[in-house]
Every structure is written in structure tokens, then in C-alpha cells.
Design a protein around this ligand. Structure first.
Ligand code: E4P
Length: 220
């Protein structure tokens, strides 16, 4: 399973990338706005900076346009920033049309705002490289988000779509673990969720004891 970080914050991206476990980055307009990045030049420069940090990873950059022509124009510009850019497109009729266009022109895509298996199926048929089902936002409305990951995985296993499941809107380590059990290809989560995966109180207690006893060994 690949790990993407869901942030536009360069320090967080560097921190997780330095651990050697990062395979890519997802951003969205809300995450970019949170970093205070405005204006096309600054936004494009920010995407480039992310690509330079995560040299081998896929970087999702979302179109802001909502109409087909605008999405195609914006997506082609975003794809020109770097070969690792994946154009993120919302799950709408125009979005699916744009994904079909990008697929035919060798531009990789991430179909975002997926909340049903039917939507994931449509995006796969259009040739999306990734579908992003939002687990946490479904949980927020008392619907089992992980059940959606399971359903999409079951459907994709029946066919030979190239589309990968990028489980998104993950809020805690158990979301990540359940996605791994189900077989999601990729998870994207904030830095805190990744850092929480490292923690176990018995590791801390065990290490403390080893350090104490290690000092008795007098290595120096
Ligand atoms: C996915 O690509 C989205 O950027 C993200 O995972 C949404 O997460 P949120 O529901 O925590 O905003």
C-alpha cells in the first residue's frame, strides 16, 4: 500500500518524506487556501516545490474550473508543471468528460469527491488513474466510509480497470489499517495520522528500559 500525505504544507511534506515512507501528495483548494497561497503563479510554483520534495511521487493538483472546457485548459496547464502531477478532477458529468479527455491524451487523473461505488465505477470507466472515496466525510454523516472502500475494491476486482483506489479523508490510524486490510492501493492522510501510526506505549516503555539497562553495559 502506498502512503500519500494530504496537505499543501511544505514542512509537513518534508517531515514525512524524510522518514522515507512517502509515495505522494494530495492537495485540494481548501488545503492550498489554508497555506495562504493565492494567484496562478504562486499556486503553480507551490506545486513545483512539492514535486521537488517528493521526487518520485504522484502529486495531485486540483482544477478549480467546473466546466469541461475550463477543466481541460486548467488540467493541461497543471500537467505541464511536472511529469509527476496528477490532475485532480471533481466527480461531475463535466469532470468525467474531462477525465476521458485527459486519459486519451496521456494525462493522469484523480477523480475526487467520490461518495458512492457507482461514482467510482463511472470514473474507472472514464479511465481515471485514481478514485478518491472520502471515508471520514461519510463517517461524519453516520454512513460507514470504510464500507465504501470495501465495495469499490470488490467491484474493481471483478474487472481489469487500471484505476487505483486512493482512500481519502482518513482521520485516524484505524482508518489506515482497515484500508490496508481491505486492499486499498493508496491512502492519503494528514501528517498527524501517519505519525500516530508509529506510537505504542509498550514500545516507549520497552525502549526506556533498554536504555536504562544499556547504560549498565558500559560500552564506552
Ligand atoms: C482528498 O484528496 C482530500 O484532499 C481529503 O482527503 C479530504 O479530507 P477531509 O475530509 O479531511 O477534508
Amino acid at each position: 500500500m502506498r502512503f500519500f500525505i494530504d496537505t499543501a504544507n511544505l514542512n509537513e511534506i518534508r517531515e514525512i518524506n524524510n522518514l522515507g515512507i512517502l509515495d505522494g501528495v494530495t492537495t485540494n483548494p481548501s488545503l492550498m487556501a489554508k497555506e495562504g497561497i493565492t494567484g496562478k503563479n504562486n499556486i503553480f510554483a507551490h506545486y513545483k516545490a512539492i514535486c521537488q520534495i517528493v521526487e518520485e511521487g504522484d502529486i495531485s493538483a486540483e482544477v478549480l474550473a467546473t466546466d469541461y472546457v475550463g477543466m481541460v485548459r486548467e488540467g493541461e496547464e497543471l500537467a505541464d508543471i511536472d511529469e509527476n502531477i496528477v490532475v485532480k478532477v471533481p466527480m461531475t458529468k463535466d469532470g468525467i468528460r474531462a477525465i476521458h479527455h485527459f486519459t486519451n491524451n496521456g494525462i493522469r487523473t484523480n477523480c475526487t469527491l467520490i461518495f458512492s461505488a457507482a461514482q467510482a465505477l463511472i470514473a474507472a470507466k472514464a479511465g481515471a488513474s485514481y478514485v478518491s472515496p472520502f471515508v471520514g466525510r461519510l463517517d461524519d454523516i453516520s454512513t460507514d466510509g470504510l464500507d465504501l472502500i470495501q465495495k469499490i475494491n470488490d467491484i474493481f476486482l471483478n474487472y481489469d480497470y487500471d484505476t487505483e483506489i486512493l482512500a481519502a479523508s482518513l482521520r485516524h490510524p484505524m482508518h489506515v489499517l482497515r484500508c490496508a486490510e481491505i486492499g486499498a492501493h493508496v491512502v492519503t492522510a494528514p501528517a498527524k495520522v501517519f505519525l500516530d501510526l508509529f506510537n505504542h506505549p509498550l514500545t516507549d516503555a520497552g525502549l526506556k528500559k533498554f536504555i536504562e539497562d544499556g547504560q549498565k553495559l558500559n560500552l564506552r
